[in-house]
Design a protein. Structure first.
Length: 256
């Protein structure tokens, strides 16, 4: 059912003199094939829902990928982790085909479809096969369900989602190869593989706007490593105040 967003919840119920109909929590199980994927977004972390996301992914066994802005939200060492989805700049590139050819794409939190987060607008997600669960509303095709809390939806998914038993064809996503000798000049090819091996659980990467944003997508993060990036506006200088805010809130984390 579609609720108009310009009326209050109580006004809607009073005008219709009826109880709210339940919002569908999951599509028919027949839609769950090996081509179903989950795209969780950083919005979940803003509501402290990472553990519920992990519970849902573990129980449903659905494969998942993250966009650049959502990197570090969930474990990249999980067996069902595909890699980074960013259109033609996906890493590994096979992730692009898995996501765009999926018969069901479950967008948890609302993926941000802007230039740097979509591989410079090279994404081609079929909107008619995507269900987007935002913080307070859900979109299925051209239909919008209002007054739907994302935490309630996650609780419903955890309780009702069937277990995915289809074929998995996860692409290989290994550590970056080490290159260069001790006396070589420092460059991207030699720096990022070493940064990747330097990271430990509890570290948080705060990514400044620049070429590092392009390299980090291909860098598989160890378990327990978080990441904060800002692809939406590409604001140079964002990382410094962002790091200050993050580590004032979580002083036990190690910032990089």
């Amino acid at each position: 059912m579609l609720l108009s967003t310009d009326v209050t919840f109580s006004a809607y119920r009073e005008a219709n003199s009826m109880e709210m109909l339940p919002v569908p929590l999951w599509p028919p199980p027949t839609l769950l094939s090996w081509m179903s994927v989950v795209l969780p977004s950083a919005m979940l972390s803003r509501y402290g829902l990472q553990q519920k996301l992990k519970t849902f992914l573990d129980q449903s066994k659905l494969p998942y990928a993250t966009a650049p802005m959502d990197k570090g939200l969930v474990s990249e060492g999980h067996a069902n982790f595909l890699g980074m989805y960013a259109g033609d700049r996906s890493t590994p590139l096979k992730v692009r085909d898995i996501v765009q050819n999926a018969d069901l794409i479950l967008d948890l939190g609302g993926i941000v479809l802007e230039d740097l987060n979509t591989g410079l607008w090279s994404d081609a997600i079929p909107m008619d096969r995507m269900i987007s669960i935002h913080d307070h509303w859900v979109q299925m095709g051209s239909t919008i369900f209002s007054y739907v809390a994302i935490e309630d939806m996650l609780d419903g998914l955890i309780a009702q989602a069937p277990v995915f038993t289809g074929k998995k064809e996860a692409p290989t996503f290994d550590l970056l190869p080490l290159t260069g000798a001790a006396g070589d000049a420092l460059g991207s090819a030699t720096f990022y593989p070493r940064l990747q091996r330097f990271l430990r659980g509890g570290d948080v990467l705060v990514v400044e706007t620049g070429t590092c944003m392009l390299h980090l997508g291909a860098m598989k993060l160890p378990d327990g490593v978080g990441c904060e990036g800002q692809t939406l506006w590409g604001s140079i200088g964002w990382a410094t105040p962002a790091a200050m805010g993050r580590f004032m809130d979580s002083p036990r984390e190690s910032g990089i």
